[in-house]
Design a protein around this ligand. Structure first.
Ligand SMILES: *Cc1c(COP(=O)(O)O)cnc(C)c1O
Length: 469
């Protein structure tokens, strides 16, 4: 295909995109494909000769689309939404058209300076104090890894990258039982070892870490000759929205000199609304914070906002400067590749710029407030049904429930229920475990979701549950 044919296809793709988004609510949310069906529909060997775009596009519709689970569906209530709002999709199209690499300032000054400005807009939107500097990482997992590498390097007096961990006292990192698996993987990759990730018990409605138990664990480690190095807090855990008492945990961290990272990948977006900030009071004292605009804030994946109180620690850990990457005579400029593990970087700030300008912060706040209010109303309606048990209370727009039937194995019953709901296709839910019991999660966060969409979930859940054999 030549570039002079591009505009015609671009228009066709734009028409297709608009139509897809306007009608996606009519499709079953979860793909109904059997395992292997797509693989078998794709030729086993690559084509030797050129094929027409017409044929490629037809196969995209015929082969690919039936195997898609519709993450942009207004009744996608599973996992967390990964929104792709219209302005962010447009920006992503432009970013892919120019396809610059944003590793150094000079490899695209606009991308670097836009990133600096957009991260500061987000900082203000979250009401983080001046001085926090931000970088866009590809994912929260990468941000958490970067934070763990930084705390490792700091704890080893900046010798870890050079000498490795051989002969060192074990570094200890503390978190609750509710943190995301990305924390485990960061610990593995950083060479700290799973056995040195200490899980502190949780308590209370927020299912947050017990600060007294945290302090006791640190003291025990010190007594045993280990090296307490870091604390990873969770604000809005994936399963049930578990949230650590940030303030009290940071008191303990400061007392023992621990580096602190806060994973607010999902719930961080809600902090653009002042009324939810009590969930992370004390946050200004954290060293590192991550949240994903590519989840609830509406930015097309990928875009993970990583804030650092002292970015010099991160840069000291990750910067590497072979001659070809040096930008001589340009002191004071930012080279964001020194803030992340990968060298190459996409131009992600553009979609944040399009998004915030197109909705305005007030427009974004309104969307999140609607999701939380509608989800809360559904929770209250289901609470009034005697055969449903509410398990964890709403944390922002997320809560969990269980269907009850006398004498039934409730885990098996609820697994059958969630599968039957997803086979039905009108809504999409996922399950998790709370204190060992299988429960069903509900959360609302899709940008085009309406109050009616959330209301429909009540009918689908109750109807399918009561009809289960
Ligand atoms: C989604 C999520 C993550 C992982 O985010 P990625 O950007 O996919 O790495 C981590 N922590 C929490 C709490 C999440 O909800």
């Amino acid at each position: 295909m030549k570039w002079d044919e591009f505009a015609d296809w671009g228009r066709r793709v734009a028409d297709w995109t608009q139509d897809y988004h306007l009608t996606v609510g009519e499709r079953p949310v979860r793909a109904r494909t059997e395992p292997g069906a797509i693989l078998n529909a794709l030729p086993a060997t690559p084509p030797e000769t050129p094929e027409a775009m017409e044929d490629i596009f037809r196969d995209f519709e015929d082969i690919v689309m039936p195997g898609i689970t519709h993450w942009q569906h207004p009744r996608f209530f599973a996992y967390f939404n990964s929104n792709a709002s219209a302005p962010s999709v447009l920006a992503e199209f432009l970013a892919s058209a120019i396809a610059p690499q944003c590793m150094l300032w000079q490899t695209s000054p606009a991308a670097t300076e836009m990133e600096t400005r957009m991260m500061d807009w987000l900082r203000q939107a979250l009401d983080l104090p001046e001085g926090f500097a931000g970088v866009i990482q590809d994912s929260a997992s990468s941000a958490t890894l970067a934070a763990v590498l930084t705390l490792r390097e700091k704890a080893l007096n900046w010798q870890g990258n050079r000498q490795g961990l051989f002969g060192q006292k074990p570094l200890r990192i503390y978190c609750s039982s509710e943190v995301h698996t990305s924390v485990d993987r960061a610990i593995w990759v950083a060479g700290i070892g799973q056995d040195n990730l200490v899980r502190i018990p949780i308590k209370g409605d927020w299912r947050g870490m017990d600060p007294d138990a945290l302090e006791a664990a640190i003291k025990a480690d010190l007594a045993a000759g280990r090296h307490p190095a870091g604390l990873i807090l969770c604000v809005g855990g994936t399963g049930t929205g578990a949230t650590d008492p940030v303030d009290r945990c940071l008191d303990v961290a400061e007392k023992y000199g621990l580096y602190t990272h806060v994973d607010a990948a999902w719930a961080g977006s809600a902090m653009i609304c002042p009324e939810f900030r009590h969930y992370w009071s004390g946050i200004a004292r954290a060293d590192s914070i991550v949240f994903n605009p590519h989840k609830w804030l509406g930015v097309q994946f990928d875009c993970s906002a990583h804030f650092l109180k002292n970015p010099d620690d991160l840069v000291r850990t990750l910067a590497i400067q072979p001659e070809y990457l040096k930008t001589h005579g340009r002191d004071g400029i930012i080279n964001y590749s020194e803030w992340s593990v990968p060298l190459g970087r996409r131009f992600r700030a553009l979609k944040l710029w399009f998004l915030m300008r197109s909705y305005g912060m007030e427009g974004l706040r309104q969307r999140l407030r609607n999701h939380i209010a509608w989800s809360g109303a559904l929770h209250d309606r289901l609470t009034a049904e005697p055969d449903f048990e509410m398990v964890t209370p709403p944390m922002w727009s997320l809560w969990t429930f269980r269907y009850r039937r006398d004498g039934a194995d409730l885990d098996a019953l609820n697994l059958r229920l969630v599968n039957a709901i997803n086979d039905d296709g009108r809504i999409y839910l996922t399950q998790t475990r709370v204190d060992g019991a299988l429960v069903i999660r509900f959360q609302a966060g899709q940008f085009e979701t309406t109050e009616e969409d959330v209301g429909m979930a009540f009918d689908v859940i109750t109807e399918i549950a009561r009809a289960l054999p």
